[in-house]
Design a protein around this ligand. Sequence first.
Ligand code: G6P
Length: 612
Amino acid sequence: MCGIVAYIGKKEAYPILIKGLHRLEYRGYDSAGIALINGKLNVYKCKGKVADLENFAKDKDKSGTLGMGHTRWATHGAPNDANAHPHVSQDGKITIIHNGIIENYHPLKEGLKSRGHVFTSDTDTEVLAHLIEDIQKNENCDLAEAVRIALNEVIGAYAIVVISQEEPNQLIGAKKGSPMVVGVGDDEFFIASDATPIVEHTKNVVYLEDEEIAIIRRGEELKIKTIKNKNKTPYVQELEMQLEALEKGGYEHFMLKEIYEQPRSIKDTMRGRLDEEKLKAGLGGLRNYQQRMLNADRFIIVACGTSWHAGLVGEYLIEDLARIPVEVEYASEFRYRNPIITEKDVVIAISQSGETADTLAAIELAKSKGALIIGICNVVGSTIPRTTHAGSYTHAGPEIGVASTKAFTSQVTVLTMMAISLGYNKGTITEARYRQLVNELEAIPSKVEMALKANDQIKYIASLFKDARNFLYLGRGYNFPVALEGALKLKEISYIHAEGYPAAEMKHGPIALIDEEMPVVFIATKKGAYEKVVSNIQEVKARKGKIIAIVTEGDTTVKSMADFVIEIPDTEEELVPLLSAIPLQLLSYHIAVMRGCNVDQPRNLAKAVTVE
Ligand code: G6P
């Protein structure tokens, strides 16, 4: 969703900010803007992409060593030039960029209007700019103090950066609910909504906590205080992120790069955590909570989107191997339906970004009822891992493509290790089975490599089906969540309507859709309910549907029925999703490219959904 980057130092700010905005593009946005101070304040903003902003600002004054930039994903007000950030105060001297939502903006706005303020946008953010100006004038205080007082009046979530033409040596950032990180360089500072715009300038960062304000003045050390006026000592951490992870590295799109990274990202997820010899499939971060997990009445997995699909695979794994009951919940539903949660429950929150608002709210709810909260997140230092009792990072590396690929397989890898370890320690799987699964898991990265070899064939299949208007994805058992994920990938990036279903459920509705125009993707790997899936394939074939089947290598039965088969290596049934997801990622990728879609930044979607 919205992205923030700001700079104060000795260099010209504009190139740093534009580069930073490009780095933030992956989050999803529909307008962009920039503010620079060099004697006077210049604000340039427009609907569209960062490239449109660059074009717009081409012949304008872009000088200044203090500035900030923003990418906006519309919430209050349409995506247009007026609603784009930065927003300025009534006197045009103070300007602000904002991620999040000010819930009480309406009464604040009415109050300001009655005091003569006139607004030029529909946003909640503009209200905050005016409020800060109003406070500064009434209280006769400096900008930092006005920001602090204003934030005490605000209800909602925010990450803001504020600068003022009257105080041109100062950058102010503050956050609550939305993430904010400060980069500390040599005589220069950066503020951003995540570390991606900062990493090429400095690896020293400070993550702000909720209700903290960073006050950055030229020639001074970074100061942090709370909105209650308590001074805090900045805790400087070193970023682990590598710059190469943010570049396409020769691939046409980030999504393709990330699909191809999976042999390595899965290995990174397992690194140091898996050892068949020592009977180890443990997750260090959970060691102290193992007993409580083993004694749990039930696990509740909360997540959204692709992470929810990983959670469904987790349900199959944990129930199968550790015999602990598991429920998988959409975080957005869970938080609003008065769920029954007890102290004997373990809640597992899965989130790539670690920032998803609904998942965060579900965690807070479960925490208040005494459940143990475990996080499975990718972005190090993000909000969810800092809110949970314990957890495991997936270590998949930055995922820039909006459609999640390598994060999914890494989440499933963590869940697999968790289930194997719980099963062994609970005695629900034998030592021999344990060894077998650990061994096989170790072999998965090279099997993913083999699955990727079908790329050209998948590209060919994509060329035949790129104009389809609907797709059906069917699978059973461990492959049912994979069917859902395959359908989600296709609709996210190609805008083709796609549905995932448990194959047997097809008879209860979707079968009515099947005719010679309808491509049906079956995930029909050996084991599990293979024979049943074969019957389902027959049912589609009888109705002339076009069958694309993902099969285990060497399969001849499905081959004789399907229009196209894509082979993946054989593996243990429990590990199949780690392989069967791969061809589906490639299929949606190629279809989207052939349809001319913006694969990495699909319309309307955001990488981290920080609003509910
Ligand atoms: C958005 C993204 C999806 C992601 C979902 C959950 O919709 O576009 O790719 O699966 O949010 O995000 P999370 O960061 O919590 O995994």
